[in-house]
Design a protein around this ligand. Structure first.
Ligand code: SF4
Length: 348
C-alpha cells in the first residue's frame, strides 16, 4: 500500500454553532471491546440449487476498540454496515472474518454455551421500542426475563430487582404490571434500557436507540444513558445516522462508508477538523440552528453504490469531489495521520 502524506486537500473553514462543553473522555485502560478486521459478507444465492452468485460486502475489515466508561459513536448513511457491525459483535450474526475480544477474551468462535457467560456482559438496545417488546407480556416480566434465564433468584427477589431497575430508568414500580401499549414511546425505550441493564453488563450496543423517538424525548433518553454511564462505568457502542445525537453522547466517533471505517478520532477533532471528504460531506448536511451561520457545502454526487458490487480502490471515489486516478485502483489504508486520528484517504 502506498502511503503518502499529501496535504493537498485543504480542510474548509467550517463555521459551527456554539456547542455545549464536551464530555470528558474517560481514562482508557484495557479495552472492554476490541474488534480487529471484522468482516461480514452475506452470500447471494439464486436458482433451484441455491448457488452462490455473489456476496453483499456489508462489513469489510472493520477495527476499533472501546474502553471502560467510553462511548464510541458509529455513524454513516443507512446501508453502510453499521447495524451489521453491532449485530456481529453481539454474535447475533456470525462474522466472515476478523476477531472480537471482550474484556481480553477472544469470543469470536465460541459456541453458544461457551459464549453464555460473556453474553451477559454484552447487551443491546434496539431502535424500535415497540416492536422490540413482546406486546403480550407485562413490562416487569420483559425486564425480568434475562434474570430468569441467567440468575437463580426467587420470584420475590426477581421482582425486587426489576422494581429497582424500573426506578433506575425513571419508571414507577407500579408500572411493572402494565403492558407495552400502555407506555409512551420514550417510556418503552426506558423499558428497553432497563432490560439491557438487568445483568449488569459492561458494554451496551445501542442500535439507533433514539431514532424512532420525538426530539424532546430523544434528549431525555440520551441523558439517561449518559447518567447510567457515569454511575455504572458502562461502555457504549452507539450506532446512529444522526450526527448531532452521536456528537452529544460519544467520546470518539468512527465514520463508516460502504462497509469500511473511513475516519476514526475523538469527537472534538472530527467535528472541528474532519479530514475525510465523506465526513466533510456528512457534517455539511447537519442542520445549523442559527440562520445567520452558513455552512460551506461539499458536493457529494450520486447515490451510495451497491454493497453487492462495491467500487474498486477507494469505495468513495464514485462520489468524491477530489478523486484522482489512483483512487480508482488503490484501496486507501486507514492510517493514523496524527495522534489518535485515523483516516482512509490517499490525500491525507
Ligand atoms: Fe480520498 Fe477516496 Fe476521495 Fe481519493 S476518492 S480523495 S482516496 S476519499
Amino acid at each position: 500500500m502506498v502511503e503518502t502524506a499529501t496535504p493537498a486537500l485543504a480542510t474548509p473553514k467550517r463555521e459551527t454553532p456554539a456547542r455545549e462543553m464536551p464530555i470528558e473522555a474517560p481514562a482508557l485502560g484495557a479495552p472492554v471491546l476490541e474488534v480487529r478486521g471484522l468482516s461480514k459478507h452475506f452470500p447471494v444465492r439464486k436458482g433451484i440449487l441455491r448457488r452462490t452468485v455473489g456476496h453483499v460486502y456489508a462489513v469489510d475489515g472493520v477495527s476499533f476498540t472501546i474502553g471502560a466508561g467510553e462511548t464510541l459513536g458509529l455513524v454513516g448513511e443507512s446501508g453502510c454496515g453499521k447495524t451489521t457491525v453491532g449485530r456481529t459483535v453481539m454474535r447475533l450474526i456470525e462474522p466472515t472474518a476478523g476477531t472480537i475480544h471482550l474484556d481480553g477474551h477472544d469470543v469470536t468462535r465460541l459456541g453458544k454455551g461457551e459464549f453464555r457467560p460473556y453474553r451477559r456482559q454484552l447487551q443491546i438496545i434496539f431502535q424500535d421500542p415497540f416492536s422490540s417488546l413482546n406486546p403480550r407480556k407485562r413490562a416487569g416480566d420483559i425486564v425480568g426475563e434475562p434474570l430468569k434465564i441467567h440468575e437463580a433468584l426467587s420470584r420475590g427477589e426477581r421482582r425486587e430487582r426489576v422494581a429497582a431497575l424500573f426506578e433506575r430508568v425513571g419508571l414507577r414500580r407500579a408500572q411493572m404490571d402494565n403492558f407495552p401499549h400502555q407506555f409512551s414511546g420514550g417510556q418503552r425505550q426506558r423499558i428497553g434500557v432497563a432490560r439491557a441493564l438487568a445483568l449488569n453488563p459492561k458494554l451496551i450496543i445501542g442500535d439507533e436507540p433514539v431514532s424512532a423517538l420525538d426530539v424532546s424525548i430523544q434528549a431525555q433518553v440520551i441523558n439517561l444513558l449518559m447518567d447510567l454511564q457515569r454511575d455504572m462505568r458502562l461502555s457504549y457502542l452507539f450506532i446512529s445516522h444522526n450526527l448531532a445525537v452521536v456528537e452529544h453522547i460519544s467520546h470518539r466517533i468512527a465514520v463508516m462508508y460502504l462497509g469500511r471505517i473511513v475516519e476514526y478520532t475523538d469527537k472534538i477533532t472530527l467535528f472541528t477538523r474532519p479530514l475525510h471528504p465523506y465526513t466533510e460531506a456528512l457534517l455539511a448536511a447537519v442542520p445549523v440552528p442559527d440562520p445567520a451561520i452558513k455552512r460551506i457545502k461539499r458536493v457529494v454526487q450520486g447515490d451510495v453504490p451497491s454493497p453487492l458490487k462495491p467500487p474498486p480502490g477507494c469505495r468513495f471515489h464514485t462520489r468524491c469531489p477530489y478523486a484522482e486516478a489512483r483512487c480508482k485502483v488503490e484501496v486507501p489504508a486507514l492510517r493514523e495521520v496524527e495522534q489518535g486520528h485515523h483516516v482512509a484517504c490517499h490525500l491525507r
